[in-house]
Design a protein around this ligand. Structure first.
Ligand code: SF4
Length: 356
């Protein structure tokens, strides 16, 4: 744990049992999250990206114990979240809130906005009724709505307004940390930017710390200080947003980035199309989990799980990236060589050959 970090996650695993037969015997487990570690400093944002099913949403929910982790440690402001129960856990949860992806499904259509916002205050026994009203009004105003919204129902609002209400519901508890689980992906493109900018403003205004879960690489780049890329339950690359977007080192990250549309006509990055399906997290491949789909896979990748290679705080789990970094030069030079290899036009690929 670093001294300035608010959240420290180490070796987090969340496995779900697979049961079969009349007696519902456990015959295996889905390794949704399988050894994830990261820290987030106070006031900073970590973006977690990856394809659907990579485990990023389960990481967010496991950190808050909305699903129970199987192993690992989660420390929030020094407190052991997994070892906390009862009133102490409730107190921690007030400080750790979540904004869900779907503003249509996450607000109870039978409750007024007042009831939705007040629910958390009542559960956490915060304030007198007049104080609660003042907090609810302030939270709505901070998210760009007015107190008139309190007596209305969710269906009376647009998608963007509902997501503002969902953010107000989290803010009313005065949290320190928010898990933002795909906070704009269900919204029209025209209002996504407004909600993203609101989240950035609130972070600056209240010193909030975010775990931003998203498959939208542009949103993540705009909001995040650091970015971690997940594949099949594990983080395969983690760096500052600037380093990750300028010098991606993992073949999976390169493939993800190549799919982002570019408006700069001079940027001729070639689209890398990954073949094959994502393997089942119930039966992850041996060695590097990405090897069945990796254009750079080698024999070693089938059997040896790549350890982390770190350069200037930029972590990558890849045998080939490690070798390219070993060749010397900067991370940028290694990233350029890897990009060429991924595009299939490298003249000097070294190593054991693409025999996987
Ligand atoms: Fe590809 Fe091998 Fe690197 Fe995995 S370790 S990403 S299979 S090159």
């Amino acid at each position: 744990m670093t001294t300035a970090s608010l959240l420290d996650v180490a070796g987090l695993e969340t496995h779900f049992p697979v049961r079969k037969g009349l007696l519902r015997r456990q015959v295996g487990s889905v390794r949704a999250v399988d050894g994830v570690s990261f820290s987030i400093a106070k006031g900073r944002t970590l973006g977690l990206v990856g394809e659907s099913g990579c485990g990023k949403t389960t990481v967010g929910r496991s950190v808050l114990r909305l699903v129970e982790p199987t192993a690992g440690t989660v420390r929030f402001a020094g407190a052991d979240v997994r070892g906390t129960h009862g009133a102490a856990l409730r107190a921690l949860r007030r400080r750790m809130q979540i904004v869900f992806q779907d503003p249509y499904g996450s607000l109870n259509p039978r409750m007024t906005i007042r009831a939705i916002l007040e629910e958390g205050l009542v559960i956490h026994r915060l304030g007198t009724p007049p104080e609660r009203l003042a907090r609810m009004q302030a939270a709505l105003e901070r998210t760009g709505l007015t107190a008139a919204a309190l007596e209305r129902y969710p269906h009376e609002f647009s998608g963007g307004q509902r997501q503002r209400i969902a953010i107000a519901r989290a803010l009313v508890l005065e949290p320190d940390f928010l898990v933002l689980d795909e906070p704009v992906s269900a919204l029209d493109v025209s209002i996504q930017a407004q909600v993203v900018n609101l989240l950035v403003e609130l972070r600056e205004q209240f010193g909030l710390t975010y775990l931003l879960i998203s498959h939208d690489l542009s949103v993540v780049e705009h909001v995040s200080d650091e970015v971690a890329v997940m594949y099949l339950g594990r983080i395969v690359e983690h760096a500052t947003a600037d380093a990750l977007y300028r010098t991606p080192l993992h073949p999976y990250t390169l493939a993800l980035f190549s799919a982002v549309p570019r408006i700069d006509p001079a940027d001729r990055r070639r689209r890398i199309v990954l073949t094959g399906d994502v393997p089942s997290p119930a039966r992850p491949p041996a060695g590097c989990r990405f090897h069945p789909r990796c254009p750079l896979a080698e024999t070693v990748c089938r059997s040896v799980d790549p350890p982390a290679t770190v350069i200037d705080g930029h972590r990558v789990h890849c045998h080939v990236a490690a070798r390219e970094l070993d060749r010397g030069g900067s991370a940028a030079a290694a990233a350029a060589r890897l990009a060429e290899m991924m595009a299939g036009d490298t003249p000097d690929r070294i190593g054991t050959g693409n025999s996987a």
